[in-house]
Design a protein around this ligand. Structure first.
Ligand SMILES: Nc1ncnc2c1ncn2[C@@H]1O[C@H](COP(=O)(O)OP(=O)(O)O)[C@@H](O)[C@H]1O
Ligand SMILES: [Mg+2]
Length: 362
């Protein structure tokens, strides 16, 4: 799949914008703070139903605007899909696929598949467990709508159970009413744990090969799933620890506490890896995602590359550029690096300045 056309109205500083994109490399260059990441963000929102950098939709509405609108035409093998996202200052956003409004963001997954590369990918390694859970969740959601549904149900049940735990602190006789929530949590949670295990198993196989290529055979990378509680004993554990959970007024076990680890030669990259190793590990995981999406869905995702080349040495820049050929990619940079120069003549080139995007012909 690829994005054939993008139209924006009132999105951040980008104003009115209508453009054709190439099924291949698209380069957006310009100084800092001109709107390059904003443009990638508008595409990401159409894929995931939310921004990669904020939870607050109103931040994406242009300072002078009351609302903003993004429209993308997605070319699939035999047809075109249209995605419309309407962001408003006060109200919830509206999303429509081919003119039909959807009620839940989950229905959007799969219409446009993207893999985003950005300097913040390093947080996947260096950040806390919630960063890594978000990574797992966003990626698995792109592969399975059932997973999205299970996640929603799980978090809804978790909220109810935690609410009840607090009530029990004042009214112990309510303890018996926990049982059905434990059953629900174990059912949805069990499916989440299984899906994460499967996903990370596949991601590990591909990532370790990417890491070997990126390091000239040096780094043996293993990605490990670290479930807070294995699926087989989740229910039992909930039941066994009810007294403790009542004291905390919150559920202490479950996939909402999961983590994953990146190990090189058995050592955690987060603690023992160099900055360079951490960066390359994040890159391997992202590159693996591309292959995984293609394997699982039969579609090539669209790649969004936000200012990532400048952080890599030339050899890895070349590896990345070769790895993304054959797919649509939208790449931002401040200047055209040497590794990109040879691709320019076959690319669409756009100059970004103060929210205006101009096509350039070399
Ligand atoms: N809601 C908004 N409305 C108008 N301008 C915005 C909005 N949000 C951010 N900006 C502006 O966008 C610019 C940053 O754009 P960005 O795409 O992040 O830059 P870069 O080209 O470096 O990637 C800043 O000048 C900022 O003031
Ligand atoms: Mg930027």
């Amino acid at each position: 799949m690829y994005i054939k056309q993008a139209s924006l109205r009132g999105f951040r500083n980008l104003g009115q914008l209508d453009m054709e994109l190439k099924n291949g490399l698209n380069i957006f260059y310009g100084n800092n703070a001109q709107g390059k990441t904003n443009f990638l963000e508008s595409l990401y929102v159409c894929a995931m139903g939310r921004s990669q950098r904020t939870r607050m939709d109103e931040q994406m509405v242009g300072f002078e605007e009351m609302e903003s609108h993004i429209r993308l035409m997605i070319q699939k093998e035999y047809y075109v899909d249209r995605i419309d996202v309407h962001l408003k200052r006060q109200e919830k956003k509206g999303i429509a696929i081919n003119g039909i409004p959807i009620r839940k963001s989950g229905e959007l997954f799969g219409t446009l598949q993207v893999v985003i590369f950005s300097p913040e990918d390093l947080n996947l390694i260096k950040g806390g467990p919630s960063e890594r859970r978000r990574f797992m969740d966003m990626e698995i959601c792109q592969l399975s709508r059932i997973y999205y549904y299970d996640l929603q149900q799980y978090y809804r049940s978790l909220k109810q159970r935690n609410h009840l735990l607090k009530q029990i602190q004042n009214k112990p006789s309510l303890e018996d009413t926990l049982y059905p929530w434990d059953e629900q949590l174990a059912e949805f949670g069990g499916r989440i744990i299984r899906a994460r295990r499967e996903f990370l198993g596949k991601l590990n196989d591909i990532s370790s090969k990417k890491q070997l290529s990126l390091t000239g055979g040096l780094d043996d990378l293993q990605i490990e799933y670290k479930p807070n509680c294995p699926e087989g004993i989740f229910f039992e554990k909930l039941r066994k620890n009810t007294k403790r959970d009542i004291v905390f007024g919150a559920t202490q076990n479950g996939p909402h506490k999961d983590d994953m680890g990146f190990m090189i030669h058995g050592n955690d990259v987060k603690t023992y890896g160099s900055q360079g190793q951490q960066r390359i590990t994040a890159l391997s995981a992202k590159l693996a995602e591309i292959d995984l999406i293609e394997e699982e869905t039969g579609q090539k995702p669209v790649l969004l590359l936000d200012d990532v080349l400048s952080e890599l040495d030339e050899k890895r820049q070349n590896y990345l550029m070769e790895g993304i050929s054959g797919m649509q990619s939208i790449l931002t940079c401040t200047g055209i690096e040497d590794s990109v120069k040879k691709y320019v003549k076959d690319a669409f080139l756009f100059y970004v300045e103060n929210g205006k995007i101009q096509r350039k012909w070399e």
